[in-house]
Structure formats: structure tokens, C-alpha cells
Design a protein around this ligand. Structure first.
Ligand code: ATP
Ligand code: FE2
Length: 342
């Protein structure tokens, strides 16, 4: 049984083919990279429309899967940029009609969580979801994923991207800032904004730009921003952990690629006697495989929809969607993580 997943919430168009044991049979992706500045939703959507036909063909060929072997088509319904979501949903509807198989809507944030959970082999971990648009500490409870803490303003990745672009760099800033931070040595004072289990980053952005204007070294800024922001995320994750019986944490989202963040959370979790798991980098960033895998789970719980009920939902929050598969008796499969590509 193979599910094809379509991801198109923001900058990345991606197609994944995943079997019922969470083996990733194929993953093809193409990221829209603006020459200057951040993402323009319409331009990103046009990019996705251009690349999807080839991505679908390449994925099927790479996995040697025929359309008749695809059991369902899953797509990211939200949250995300409206034009980008609609581009992916249109492709998914078309494939589901052409191949006469069910259409399964999937929440993008829940998909980040589910791929990390299945690869970790942990049944009920706490989740730190750190991406461009989202920063949330998540736990499952009574039928859906609950947000225990989150950003009060911008997502951690958007903060890093915006800062890096303001410093003269290009999108995406997070990975480049990570490289730059390796050359930093001086820890500059920046606002540390934790409110219970929530965080905020806009004050740090303003302060970092002010330090830059006063001549601070860029590498020192990158280093200080990473240390301060990731300490904030580690603190709220620890606070949430203290309220739970089980001590394990999984990471998801593009910022979970970051070595420093992985290391800081790992140290905190292991100090408390728990386990920390982060997926391979190609499954931390936006990808069609996480949509396909969550499509499997949703399909098992009977969550397919007719085309006329498949409207995209740009503001669909993690805690708005039910996750009935969590209560099903089927055992969690243990998959072998795919080869890591960065
Ligand atoms: P979401 O809708 O889940 O918010 P997204 O559109 O932000 O998703 P992701 O691919 O999950 O997409 O995350 C992209 C973000 O991850 C970008 O902001 C990018 O700068 C950041 N990122 C990627 N690699 C790293 C890294 N090594 N260190 C820090 N940030 C990173
Ligand atoms: Fe994402």
C-alpha cells in the first residue's frame, strides 16, 4: 500500500511516496528561492505549478510505482500561503480523480510531528516543532495534538531568515546563519523573551539589528542569536516536559536541522533521563513524505474527503484537527530512516 503525498504550503513543492510501514520509497522536492528578499506567495505558487508534473513523474519512476498501485493521494490542507496551498491541492485532486483513489487532507504541522514520531519509534513523545512559520511545543491529548506553548509573534525560522536578509544575505537564512555562527566568539546581550511556555522573537530581531548598526561583528551576532533563541526553545520544552510522565522529545520542522538546537535539547532531555530524536534533515524541512505518511494514518481512521469538500485552510492550526488514528489499536510501525541528504 503506497500513499502519494503533496506538500506545497510555502517555498517548497514536494512529492513523497510512502508505504504502510513508513518506508520512504521516493521523495522529490524543488524549493522556490527568491533572488532577493522573502517569499512572494503568488511567485512561489507559480513555481509549484511549473515543477509538480515532473516531481510526480520522478517520484513514481524512482520508486518503480505505477499509478494503479497508489492507494490514496494526501495533500497539505493548511496552514500555509493560500496560493501555494491551492497549487498543491489542485494537483492532488487531479491525481485522485485520474487514478480513482481517495483524497486525504493533512495538516502540515501534524505531518511534521507524525514523521518525527514514527521515525523515533517513541509512542507518545513531547514534540518541539520549530520551522519558518511555526514554533510550538506539542503533546497529544484526548483526540488531538495540543499546543502547550508557542511563539507569540513570529516563527523562529522566519525570525532567522528575516535577520539574515537584513544583514545582506539571501533566503533561507537559517542554514547560512548556522555556518556564520561557527565563527562567532563573543556572546552579545540580546532580549531573552520567555513567557511561561511561550516565546517571542521580534524584540530580539530589533535588538540584533541595532547592534549590527552599531558595528557588531556579524559572526558574533549569528552566534549570540543562535545561543539565545535556542536556549529559549530548550527552556519551554523543559518546562513542558516537567508536566509529563514520559521524558522523551522529538524535533520537527526546518529549524530542527540545526546542530546547536539539536545539541542543546538533547543535553537537557538526557539530563532528565529521557531520549531525544531528530529526523534526518530532508524529513525535518517541508517534504511530501511526511504528508504521505500522515495520509496513511488518516486513511486508516477513515478521513478521506470528496473533492468538493477539499478546500484549503491557510489558517488551520495544529490543535484544530482531530487525530483519531492515535486511538486505533494498530501498532506503530518501526521504519528504517532513509539516507540523509542535506
Ligand atoms: P512551516 O509551515 O512548518 O512553518 P516552513 O514553510 O517554515 O514550514 P520548513 O521547511 O519546515 O518550512 O522550515 C524552513 C525554515 O527552516 C526556514 O526558516 C529555514 O531558514 C530554517 N532552517 C533550515 N535549516 C536550518 C538550520 N540548519 N538552522 C536553522 N534554521 C534552519
Ligand atoms: Fe514546515
Amino acid at each position: 500500500m503506497v500513499v502519494l503525498g503533496i506538500e506545497s504550503t510555502a517555498h517548497t513543492a514536494s512529492v513523497g511516496l510512502v508505504d504502510e510501514e513508513a518506508h520512504v520509497l521516493a521523495l522529490t522536492s524543488d524549493m522556490h528561492r527568491p533572488v532577493k528578499g522573502g517569499i512572494h506567495p503568488r511567485e512561489a505558487a507559480n513555481h509549484h505549478v511549473d515543477v509538480f508534473p515532473a516531481l510526480v513523474e520522478e517520484a513514481l519512476a524512482a520508486a518503480s510505482v505505477r499509478p494503479s498501485e497508489v492507494e490514496a493521494v494526501a495533500f497539505a490542507q493548511g496552514p500555509g500561503l493560500g496560493p501555494c496551498l491551492r497549487a498543491g491541492a489542485t494537483v492532488a485532486r487531479m491525481l485522485s480523480l485520474a487514478w480513482d483513489c481517495p483524497l486525504v487532507p493533512v495538516n502540515h504541522c501534524v505531518a511534521h510531528v507524525e514523521i518525527a514520531r514514527v521515525l523515533s519509534g517513541l509512542d507518545d513523545p513531547l514534540l518541539l516543532y520549530a520551522s519558518g512559520g511555526n514554533t510550538q511545543v506539542i503533546a497529544y491529548g484526548r483526540g488531538r495534538y495540543r499546543v502547550l506553548g508557542e511563539t507569540l509573534d513570529i516563527g523562529i525560522g522566519n525570525f532567522l531568515d528575516k535577520l539574515w536578509i537584513e544583514l545582506g544575505g539571501t533566503f533561507p537564512g537559517g542554514p547560512q546563519l548556522e555556518q556564520d555562527a561557527r565563527n562567532g566568539s563573543e556572546l552579545l546581550a540580546l532580549p531573552y523573551s520567555v513567557h511561561g511556555m511561550d516565546v517571542a522573537f521580534s524584540g530580539m530581531l530589533t535588538a540584533a539589528l541595532a547592534l549590527h548598526a552599531r558595528g557588531a561583528r556579524r559572526a558574533d551576532l549569528s552566534y549570540s542569536v543562535e545561543v539565545t533563541a535556542y536556549a529559549m526553545l530548550t527552556e519551554i520544552t523543559e518546562r513542558a516536559l516537567a508536566h509529563r510522565r514520559h521524558g522523551s522529545v522529538v524535533l520537527g520542522g526546518g529549524v530542527a536541522c540545526n546542530e546547536r538546537l539539536r545539541g542543546m535539547v538533547r543535553e537537557m532531555v538526557e539530563d532528565r533521563g529521557g531520549r531525544m530524536f531528530a529526523p534526518p534533515r530532508n524529513l525535518c524541512v517541508d517534504n511530501g513524505a511526511m504528508i504521505a505518511w500522515t495520509g496513511h494514518l488518516a486513511l486508516r481512521a477513515g478521513l478521506s474527503v470528496p473533492v468538493e469538500d477539499s478546500a484549503v485552510m491557510p489558517r488551520q492550526r495544529t490543535d484544530l484537527v482531530p487525530a483519531p488514528w492515535r486511538e486505533l489499536a494498530t501498532a506503530l510501525p518501526r521504519s528504517s530512516p532513509p539516507r540523509e541528504t542535506t
